[in-house]
Design a protein around this ligand. Structure first.
Ligand code: 13P
Length: 248
């Protein structure tokens, strides 16, 4: 069975003062949880959060990275730079990166490889838009996004990767996939990995993301193929984030 992982994605939220308050709240409540916990924070706060989390069980993550190792890429951040701040995780291919910044499947795959090259576990986001769901191509979209990474990184790379299924229509909308809808796609993703290596597939953490909150977390997390959550809005409120962690 995969371990359980609840990760907060702060997106572009926070300030030095707000982060300190939020982290103090989260740190004070993470004892005796049955899951691993991480927070993926904006780049400028990596140092602050690294220090605040030192000596705790909470792992640090980033929300994006460059596919390039170094060079003339103004404004970009490399995997090695994230490693300097002891990032354990980095989100790759979040739907906001794909839709707002034009990240392609190939670029996402390159970022996945770059993260692993620095010893950072990528959290690979997959998910369909509302239009894609309504036209019945959810599995085809998720398969295309997953296969792009499998083709470049290979199945063995998934020993050190996390997948997050995030239906785009459920992100930040208050609309959540039903446990059955989410479970169906999670099982599809695991099944697709199992075509390459069934033992590997059985152990890959597949998180759900999209309006997960204390009121719906337990039901989602009780599904057999849902191994945790990637939490946006609810990760900005310590009590809500902890309530989701406790629901695991
Ligand atoms: P919300 O939980 O705010 O819907 O965001 C989900 C998400 O995109 C996490 O990466």
């Amino acid at each position: 069975m995969p371990r359980k992982l609840v990760a907060g994605n702060w997106k572009m939220h926070g300030s030095l003062a707000d982060n300190a308050t939020l982290l103090a709240g989260v740190v004070s409540g993470v004892q005796d949880l049955d899951c691993e916990v991480a927070v993926c924070v904006p780049f400028p706060y990596l140092s602050q959060v690294q220090q605040a989390l030192s000596g705790t069980l909470i792992r640090l993550g980033a929300q994006n990275l460059s596919e390039h190792a170094k060079g003339a890429y103004t404004g970009e951040v490399s995997a090695a730079m994230l490693k300097d701040f002891a990032c354990a995780y980095v989100i790759v291919g979040h739907s906001e990166r794909r839709s707002l910044y034009g990240e392609t499947d190939a670029q996402v795959a390159a970022k996945f490889v770059a993260a692993q090259g620095a010893g950072i576990t990528p959290i690979l986001c997959l998910g369909e838009s509302l239009q894609e769901r309504e036209s019945g191509v959810t599995e085809a979209v998720v398969a295309r996004q997953l296969d792009a990474v499998l083709a470049v990184a290979g199945i063995a790379a998934f020993a050190k990767a996390v997948i997050a299924y995030e239906p785009v229509w459920a992100i930040g909308t208050g609309l959540t996939a039903t446990p059955e809808q989410a479970q169906a796609v999670h099982a599809f993703i695991r099944g697709r990995l199992a075509q390459h290596d069934s033992a590997m597939a059985a152990n890959v953490v597949i998180q759900y993301g999209g309006s997960m909150k204390p009121s719906n977390a337990a039901e989602l997390l009780s599904q057999p193929d849902i191994d945790g959550g990637l939490i946006g809005g609810a990760a900005l409120v310590a009590e809500d984030f902890l309530a989701i962690c406790r629901a695991v």
